[in-house]
Design a protein around this ligand. Structure first.
Ligand code: IVH
Length: 676
């Protein structure tokens, strides 16, 4: 009898082949970090194996990769005894403490230079795996070190944990200890989905890993992005006589070992390793909270032994904590150049991530409400790498008093103008525009920068002074400053005052695009400013343009168009422009693009590699009146596709958009009057 087109013998052979392939792919992926096939191929093999096993259920064995998820939730976890116990590690936070440890080891071994295995200290959950005759039989948590919980059904769902050892030569009974952890990318993706579904996100990757292992239903664990690194084994039979080579052997047997593990010599070797990992920490795909030094040779480990729970031959050299607890004193509001109101946490000073932090970001109003953070709360402050410190969460259990909920002010704390929040945006903004002193300072600083009006000598500090002294309210006031006013300012000599007045004078004849950029219209950078100036030629024409007209300009989409219209709709912005003109600022009219514009109204997209810089094609197209856009849509007129064009070309074909090669286009340029 045959099922699914296979005899029993054929099915047995195919199942063995599929298992071998799947295990090989797992090994390439989790141990070598060098996947050979795309996920889709892996999934296909898996589906085929499921089908073969469904036809001949007697072929199913517990070590089959299809058997990672068992069907039934448990009532609880059985107890597992650890022999020898699972130890913990002594900690050091400073070089001096590491030096003490080193001295003790050197004394104990009566040698000067000691060799260590140095490893990242993963921030996850310790696990013990037992392999009997090369098959995973038990996985247990550390528990109190003596007794842990049998979480085999959960751990079997983690693909990085081999159900069967590879190769040959492993001892009949092998116990491997290591860390289950949640990679950062998996953590972020999991939380994104949880928030989308309105579920509670995981607090951090470590809690994520611990919580996932504690699930009674392995189906839930199977959905969690967990991974594993082996770091230890109490087994000595058929293994090398030192830690470093032992890890390499475990790796040969298909157990993932952290690729950052090194053999180092002496105290300096340890400290160098620590510094190197600290520098690379932020770029790793997983959280580590320090490094571990282990005396490499097992005989030396045995000579040193252990005190109470921790071995004398190993030490965890921790990094400064990235999370600390402190008091949130107040939530202040800062106003940025564009009027964005940002909530800032004022904190009781706390040492975190290697620096003392007194301010941290709270991101925005929604985040504050989602995390329910209130002034007066105890909060967890996080500073990872060079990232800006943030309030990660509030510790609600420590809230003893009723605290008022945070609410965004309705009036700008700097100028009292109304605050608005556009639907769909996370940010609230002050509507005061250039009347708001905070925005005024930012906008004047921007006005003076090199790419804007390039006013030498008008630095940030001086702008603050000028605004605070009431000498400058808008950028136009800069041009009415007098020698006497300037010289009266702190830290300003007569010569500097003179130089500044000279620089202001010299800035009075900007090309229109520079002035547009200098005005600080939202989303209008140098390139957009140039496009606008080239298209409209004069400030008047630009001021009169509506959104529809604006979107005809290259680089201008509906968002930029709406910002431009909103800027000129504010009468005080128009007043500032008038005042600039009255003060003698005389912007240069930009030659409006003229001539034949046979491509007017068309939108072109450039893709693939072209024989000349893209900007040259863009300029040519724009000179002919076309608008150049970066994405293909139904509105695209032509896609100009160079060599090796990819997704944009594919999309154009799918949408039936006309595609031209570079040769077609160059041909067309010969006789541009004719329809391309
Ligand atoms: S060795 C006797 N190596 O740190 C040695 N532990 O406080 C015992 N950990 O619970 C552990 N990375 O979960 C060792 N490379 C590493 C480690 C590591 C993380 C954890 C482990 C243990 C804790 C020790």
């Amino acid at each position: 009898m045959t099922r699914a087109g296979l005899t029993h013998a054929g099915a047995q052979q195919r199942a063995a082949e599929l298992r071998r392939l799947i295990e090989q792919h797992n090994y390439r992926y989790y141990v070598l970090d060098d996947p050979e096939v795309p996920d889709a191929e892996y999934d296909r093999l898996m589906r085929e194996l499921v089908a073969v096993e469904a036809s001949y259920p007697d072929l199913i064995s517990p070590a089959s990769p299809t058997q990672r998820v068992s069907g039934t939730p448990l009532d609880g976890f059985a107890e597992v005894r650890h022999r020898p116990p699972m130890l913990s590690l002594g900690n050091a936070f400073s070089t001096a403490e590491v030096a003490d440890f080193y001295r003790r080891v050197a004394q104990g071994l009566e040698r000067e230079t000691i060799t260590f295995a140095a490893e990242p200290k993963l921030d996850g959950v310790a696990i013990s795996l037992t392999y009997l005759d090369g098959r995973l039989t038990t996985a247990a948590t550390r528990g109190d070190g003596e007794r842990g919980e049998d979480v085999s059904a959960n751990v079997r769902t983690i693909r990085a944990v081999p159900l069967k050892l590879r190769g040959t030569g492993w001892p009949g009974l092998l116990e491997v200890r290591g860390e289950i952890y949640m990679p950062r990318a998996g953590f972020a993706a999991f939380n994104r989905k949880a928030l989308e579904r309105g579920e509670k996100p995981l607090v951090n990757p470590r809690n994520g890993a611990a919580g996932s292992l504690r699930q009674l239903d392995p189906q839930i664990t199977a959905q969690r992005p967990l991974a594993f690194f082996a770091y230890n084994t109490p087994t000595r039979e058929q293994l090398p006589d030192n830690q470093f080579d032992t890890l390499a052997r475990l790796r040969d047997w298909g157990l993932p070992v952290n690729p950052e593990v090194r053999r180092v010599e002496g105290l300096q070797g340890c400290l160098d390793y620590h510094a190197g990992m600290a520098a690379r920490r932020a770029g790793l795909g997983y959280d580590i909270d320090g490094v571990v030094y282990k005396v490499d040779r097992f005989v030396e480990q045995d000579i040193l032994g252990f005190i109470s729970r921790a071995p004398r031959w190993a030490l965890a050299h921790k990094f400064p904590a990235e999370e600390e607890i402190t008091r949130l004193l107040a939530i202040d509001i800062q106003v940025g150049r564009t009027g964005a109101l940002t909530p800032v946490a004022r904190l009781e000073p706390v040492f975190v991530g290697g620096v003392t932090v007194t301010n941290a970001t709270l991101h925005n109003e929604d985040e504050i409400h989602r995390k329910d953070v209130r002034a007066g709360d105890w909060v967890v402050v996080r500073r990872a790498g060079d990232v800006i410190p943030e309030v990660a969460r509030a510790i609600h259990a420590r809230r003893t008093l009723e605290l008022p909920q945070f609410s965004m002010p309705r009036q700008c704390p700097e100028c009292g103008s109304a605050v608005e929040r556009i639907t769909g945006e996370a940010v609230s903004r002050c509507t005061g525009g250039l009347f708001c002193p905070a925005q005024r300072k930012h906008s004047i600083r921007h006005f003076a920068t090199r790419k804007a009006m390039d006013i030498e000598g008008l630095g940030d500090k001086l702008v603050d002074q000028l605004v605070e002294a009431g000498l400058v309210r808008t950028v136009a006031d800069l041009y009415h400053l007098t020698q006497a006013q300037l010289a009266a300012l702190e830290r300003m000599g007569g010569k500097s005052a003179e130089n500044l007045l000279q620089a202001l004078e010299e800035s009075k004849k900007p090309p229109l695009d520079r002035l547009l950029y200098a005005l600080g219209i939202r989303e209008v950078g140098e390139v957009t400013a140039h496009s606008l100036a080239a298209h409209f030629g004069t400030m008047d024409a630009l001021q009169q343009a509506d959104e529809e007209t604006l979107t005809k300009v290259s680089d201008v989409g509906p968002v930029v168009a709406s910002h431009v219209v909103a800027f000129f709709a504010q009468h005080h912005n128009r007043d500032v422009i008038q005042a600039l003109q009255d003060a003698g600022v005389d912007w240069q009219v930009v030659e409006k693009t003229t001539g034949e514009q046979p491509l007017a109204g068309q939108t072109w997209v450039l893709t693939g590699s072209l024989s000349m810089p893209r900007i040259q094609f863009k300029n040519q197209l724009e000179a002919l009146g076309a608008k150049v856009s970066s994405s293909v849509s139904g509105k695209t007129s032509v896609v100009l596709a160079g060599e090796a064009a990819g997704s944009k070309l594919a999309k154009a074909r799918k949408l039936g958009v006309r595609v031209m090669t570079e040769a077609d286009f160059l041909n067309y340029l010969q006789s541009p009057g004719v329809d391309p």
